[in-house]
Design a protein around this ligand. Structure first.
Ligand code: F6R
Length: 254
């Protein structure tokens, strides 16, 4: 089933409440976070909601982001570390020791990749994973064709992904060619997964996902095997889906 919200803003508000609960948990909680346009209003709502609730204690929280560009350090405005600081961490005072992203400027990438998956496992795995989707069906930066048993690894970004993400860079030539991403096996071990999809430009991707068998050429299709995955869409992204598979958030809440 697909949970459909009238707007991206309403979907973002709903998701931010889920994240807020996880982040303020009284027991150790490990949350997988994502970047990208889909998540911007989610984090904006989360900041607002946390700030209006007064001072907060995130002592039990550790976060691991999905991915980072190879070659960009944390000061680079297009690095995902920079994004997370700007869109969430700096606003809520979450210390560096509790937030992890792959380091795109490290000297030993293989060691870094192995360490990243292990660090998550040492925490007992991800309690929750937030995901967006690329127009080609990627999750994290697991591009079509990525083996489902992959762990954190370096990926060569597809032309489509570089074009899609080129909007954030002044010049297409500056768009990195490689990234480090959490693997599909790591994502599938999360206890709960929320996949957020918004915008008319993702409607065809949603339909492709819906029609797809579980197939490495549509990376997100692996989630059909996950026992606790929730797919949240705005109306624009859901516009090509058959009506009978859509659950409308307002109807459900009434
Ligand atoms: C980001 C990530 C990517 C994005 C996806 C959608 O950390 O892992 O899979 O979620 O590319 O990006 P937006 O939201 O910009 O359309």
């Amino acid at each position: 089933m697909y949970l459909v919200f009238p707007t991206h803003a309403e979907l973002a508000r709903y998701t931010s409440q889920k994240l807020k609960t996880l982040m303020l948990s009284a027991v150790p909680t490990t949350v997988g976070l994502a970047t990208g346009s889909t998540m911007e209003p989610v984090y904006a709502n989360l900041i607002q909601s946390l700030q209006s609730a007064g001072s907060q204690d995130f002592k039990q929280l550790v976060s691991f982001n999905l991915d980072e560009y190879v070659g960009l350090n944390r000061q680079h405005p297009q690095s995902y570390r920079y994004y997370m600081q700007q869109h969430l961490f700096d606003h809520i005072g979450l210390p560096d020791e509790q937030t992890f992203l792959p380091d795109g400027s490290c000297t030993d990438i293989d060691e870094q990749c192995a360490w990243y998956s292990q660090a998550i496992q040492q925490r007992g795995g991800l309690d929750f994973q937030l995901l967006g989707i690329g127009t080609n069906g990627h999750i994290g930066f697991n591009e079509p064709g990525t083996p489902f048993d992959s762990r954190t690894h370096v990926v060569e970004l597809s032309e489509q992904t570089r074009i899609d993400n080129g909007r954030f860079f002044d010049d297409f030539a500056e768009v990195p060619t490689h990234a480090i991403t959490l693997g599909i096996a790591d994502i599938m071990e999360a206890k709960e997964v929320w996949l957020l999809i918004t915008g008319e430009h993702k409607a065809q991707t949603v339909l492709n996902y819906h029609r797809s068998a579980v197939d490495e050429n549509m990376p997100a299709s692996v989630l059909k095997r996950h026992p606790n995955t929730h797919i949240l869409l705005d109306q624009a992204a859901a516009s090509l889906l058959p009506a009978e598979v859509q659950t409308h958030y307002r109807t459900q809440a009434a």
